[in-house]
Design a protein around this ligand. Structure first.
Ligand code: CA
Length: 529
């Protein structure tokens, strides 16, 4: 049980035209509470107990009348809702999805903000021009079959070799469930294949590509990394395929010979990685992926607006910031197409979201499948409401590029990018890694211990209650915004400085400290066999 708040009753309304506000107090507010002067709904007496983060009607809402939050319809009342009532999901009918036709195209021209100059971090510059924030040996795998062997080889490399290479942060196996038992020639199989390839080339791995293969799998090493499509860092012929340890090769007699071979092959890669040094680079080299998971009604009030402010700072500093989660932006598609920098960018948004609509159609679901029981318990009635709170973390800049799932950003693609991915936390994070993310921001209201081995994850709590309970898991407490102790701008700047510290290796995130790592989860819309 959460203790009932001792603070005065506090409600938060996002826009003046909204007819609902959310209750900010820890533990919610009991029936009969009267809302004090100075807060939205002042003078109203609550007709129900309203849980924290849930909505209260600020005036009488008639049956069929629109319920507005963020100034947009989040539903229609299925029966009359008197002022002071708890407005929960069973009282709302969800608005229809916006068709992908007749959308406003590149109509909003955000004012060009002054560039932010002089911000730097200490990063690892790669030969291809990208910059890493960590120095990691990542072993690519072509198929799930080799996962157990690679895990044991990684444990041995860490125990036997890593202590001698002080500049190398970690050794990881890029394990996944793909590679065999899949329809690899299906048109949509290009998505998991390019995702795996592009993750191998993530800037945090320094261009060192080393592959462990089984031998008989469908995803052959040369298909994953065709010659000429990736850097060769050793003496080999550039026309050869990737350096591969193939477990089924005749040279391997017994399990130990496989492990020995992988450990030996790792050595020259570690030598080269160890020779890398951090150097001062402009903040524009950051490629930040943003995501939210375990969202509640505060996500869109505290953490996501602060991330949005930080996103604008990053764009002003010349950096790249990527937002994603198709089902969470779909209901606000006109905001995306209108903020597209050019008609071509708007077309790409429509193309990606249209493809995703058809993908969901094939599975006979729609976007309403997105909201979780936890979202609803946290006060988010439906996906329309969740979308408005989610999209706010993209800030206010024009959208300059769009990526299809698994695609990698080119180095000249900077600014605000929409990377079209599913909203599933692990799938989205995996696809953002493939896009070239070197730093990750993750906001959460309900709480998640999410982390990635491949890249630092800065976690932002939406509520002080969560930040207090999860004090050694959350890196930023955006709940102070709802408590009236910090502004959105202050929290956004705090995040911006923290990102530079984490990118430089001066600070570790809590997920790094505890080594909390989620699996790579590929998005495979193609059939399995
Ligand atoms: Ca998510």
């Amino acid at each position: 049980m959460t203790a009932v708040s001792t603070r005065p009753p506090l409600t938060i309304r996002m826009r003046a035209e909204d007819n609902v506000a959310i209750v900010a107090n820890d533990g919610g507010l009991p029936e009969g509470t009267s809302l004090p002067e100075g807060v939205p709904g002042a003078g109203l007496v609550l007709r129900d107990k309203v849980p924290q983060g849930h909505k209260v009607a600020l005036r009488d809402i008639a049956e069929g009348e629109v319920v507005l939050r963020y100034g947009v319809p989040i539903g229609y009342a299925v029966k009359p809702i008197p002022a002071g009532s708890w407005v929960h999901e069973r009282l709302l009918q969800m608005p229809a999805a916006r068709a992908l036709e007749g959308l406003p195209i590149a109509t909003v021209k955000p004012p060009v903000a002054e560039p932010l100059e002089g911000f730097t971090f200490e990063g690892y510059r790669n030969k291809d021009g990208s910059v890493g924030t960590r120095n990691i040996l990542a072993i690519t795998t072509t198929v799930q079959c080799v996962a157990g062997v690679v895990a044991q080889a990684v444990a041995r490399i860490k125990a036997e070799l890593l202590p001698r290479y002080r500049n190398v942060d970690d050794v990881i196996g890029l394990e996944h469930s793909y590679g065999c038992g899949v329809a690899i020639d299906a048109p949509d199989a290009v998505i998991p294949i390019r995702t795996l390839k592009n993750i191998s080339l993530n800037p945090n791995f320094g261009g060192e590509v080393m592959v462990v293969s089984l031998g008989c799998e469908k995803l052959q090493p040369a298909r994953l990394l065709p010659p000429g499509s990736f850097p060769i860092t050793d003496e080999r012929d550039p026309a050869s395929g990737p350096e591969t340890i193939c477990l089924q090769d005749d040279v391997h007699v017994g399990f130990m010979s496989m492990l020995d071979d992988i450990v030996q092959s790792a050595r020259p890669h570690l030598e080269r990685l160890n020779a890398r040094k951090r150097e001062t680079v402009p903040a524009s080299e950051l490629v930040v992926g943003v995501q939210c998971g375990g969202s509640d009604a505060f996500s869109g009030v505290t953490a996501n607006p602060a991330v949005g402010f930080c996103a604008d700072l990053l764009v002003r500093a010349g950096a790249t910031i990527m937002f994603s989660e198709n089902t969470e932006v779909r209901d606000a598609v006109e905001q995306l197409t209108s903020r597209a920098a050019t008609p071509e960018v708007a077309d790409a948004i429509i193309r990606e979201l249209g493809w995703y609509d058809r993908y969901l159609d094939r599975g006979r679901v729609d976007r309403s499948a997105n909201t979780t029981p936890g979202n609803k318990a946290g006060g988010l009635s439906n996906i329309a409401e969740k979308a408005m709170g989610s999209i706010i973390k993209s800030g206010s800049s024009a959208i300059s590029h769009v990526l299809a799932p698994g695609d990698k950003l080119r180095l000249d693609q900077r600014g605000l990018v929409y990377a079209a991915t599913p909203a599933s936390d692990f799938i989205c994070g995996t696809l953002q890694l493939a896009a070239g993310m070197n730093l990750h921001i993750f906001t959460t209201g309900r709480g998640t211990p999410y982390g990635l081995a491949e890249c630092p994850v800065v976690k932002v709590a939406t509520r002080t209650d969560l930040a207090r309970r999860w004090h050694d898991l959350m890196d930023v407490n955006a709940g102070r915004i709802a408590d009236g102790e910090a502004t959105i701008e202050e929290t956004g700047w705090e995040m911006f400085h923290l990102l530079l510290d984490v990118a430089s290796g001066r600070k570790k995130t809590w997920a790094e400290h505890w080594k909390l790592h989620n699996s790579l989860v590929l998005f495979n819309p193609a059939p399995v066999t």
